[in-house]
Design a protein around this ligand. Structure first.
Ligand code: NAD
Ligand code: IPM
Ligand code: MN
Length: 358
């Protein structure tokens, strides 16, 4: 039985609740498909920070480099500035391993009611640029001690960076309905965005069969609420993609269900799989967090590890569990995190691997 080496960082808040719940489901699916997961549990995060003054050891990134993938819960603690927790762990991982695509599928799930009135299927993918843009490290500074205090940070868009994420998004669209929407703000105010538009257009022009349209981010946000069924693939800059992904998660029911994959498409470095949501300190420790976003992120990890049948098995199992009426509080149910994961595991056992739908 071949083993995949997975570094697991449960992290903070609800991370240590949803990560073990998901691991039980992932192990069960892997066993059914003839492979195993060799988990390296890394106790990094805010507790580690309190003990050592840093979120992970100095050689933490080298430790991760020796793994096939990273499975992350979330980081963020109300008692520690976010700048420490995020720049001390999450962002360095994305950058060191050049995880320039943040892939965030969004679907209406069976049995999960959307706050929106319609019942049309929602099935779209957000491809978020994940290493540059508004999250740049250039010029980030607050100027104090002067009559007019100010804060400045440059947004940095490189032709290389925009081209590769647009090419990836076009490839995803080509394998789906062929509709690619680029989120922009090119009406003369944000000066980087006409360049984003130009590079996206140049890149997608070469992708046969993909129809590209650009939408201004403000109108796109509204349209995503009113007509989510119209979207297929959305390519967006780091910040726009961040905001759209929580919005899209809420539109389909709860951000507790939303998964993400931080990918290094050539596969030279490990990719990282984590839910879209954060550490949710407001519900941490209550055992009520929805584990579906974490479990679905595990399915994205199976896809990236070259195990698509296992990915489909896992998705079919959590869909069946939700459809069967087991749901956590955020999606209108009463199940605890553990009860939700147990229901998913029961469906994993009930579905025969060779009959998992394509
Ligand atoms: P959040 O996503 O943690 O929570 C937003 C709301 O959604 C909360 O009301 C929370 O209870 C709810 N929610 C989130 N996940 C849920 C789940 N699985 N089940 C049920 N309800 C869920 O966002 P926030 O409160 O703005 O951020 C909290 C902390 O997490 C901050 O420190 C932030 O920086 C950090 N954060 C980390 C990551 C990450 O590590 N990848 C991502 C986002 C936010
Ligand atoms: C996400 C998170 C992070 C981001 C934060 C915590 C830095 O919101 O993964 O969506 O903005 O990338
Ligand atoms: Mn976010």
């Amino acid at each position: 039985m071949s083993a995949r080496r997975i570094a697991v960082i449960a992290g903070d808040g609800i991370g240590p609740e949803v990560v073990p719940a998901a691991i039980g489901c992932l192990d069960a699916v892997a066993a059914a498909h003839g492979f195993s997961l060799d988990w390296t549990e890394l106790p990094w995060g805010s507790a580690y920070y309190r003990a050592h003054g840093r979120m992970m050891p100095l050689d933490g990134l080298d430790t991760l480099a020796g793994h096939d993938a990273v499975f992350l819960g979330a980081v963020g603690d109300p008692g520690i500035p976010d700048v420490e927790t995020l720049w001390g762990l999450l962002i360095p991982i994305r950058r060191r391993f050049d995880q320039y695509v943040n892939l965030r599928p969004v679907r209406r799930l069976p049995g999960v009611r959307s706050p929106l009135a319609g019942t049309e299927p929602i099935d779209l993918v957000i491809v978020r640029e994940n290493t540059e843009g508004e999250y740049s490290e250039v010029g980030g500074r607050v100027y104090r001690g002067r009559p007019e205090e100010l804060a400045v940070q440059e947004a940095v868009f490189t032709r290389h960076g925009v081209t590769r994420v647009a090419a990836y998004a076009a490839e995803v669209a080509a394998g789906r309905r062929g509709e690619l929407t680029s989120a922009t703000k090119s009406n003369g105010i944000v000066h980087t965005m006409p360049f984003w538009d130009e590079v996206v257009r140049d890149t997608v022009a070469g992708a046969g069969g993909v129809r590209l349209r650009s939408e201004l981010i403000d109108a796109l946000a509204a349209s995503l609420v009113l007509h989510p069924e119209r979207y297929d693939v959305i390519v967006a800059s780091n910040l726009f993609g961040d905001i759209l992904s929580d919005l899209a998660g809420a539109v389909t029911g709860s951000i507790g269900c939303a998964p993400s994959a931080n990918l290094n498409p050539p596969g030279r470095h490990p990719s990282m799989f984590e839910p879209v949501h954060g550490s949710a300190p407001d519900i941490a420790g209550q055992g009520v967090a929805n584990p579906i976003g974490q479990i679905w992120s595990g399915a994205l990890m199976f896809d990236a590890l070259g195990e698509p049948a296992a990915a489909r098995h896992l998705v079919a199992a959590f869909e069946a569990a939700l459809d069967g009426g087991v749901r956590t509080r955020d999606v209108g149910g009463t199940a605890t995190t553990t009860e939700m994961a147990d229901a998913v595991r029961a469906h994993i056992g009930a579905l025969t691997p060779s009959y998992v739908p394509e």
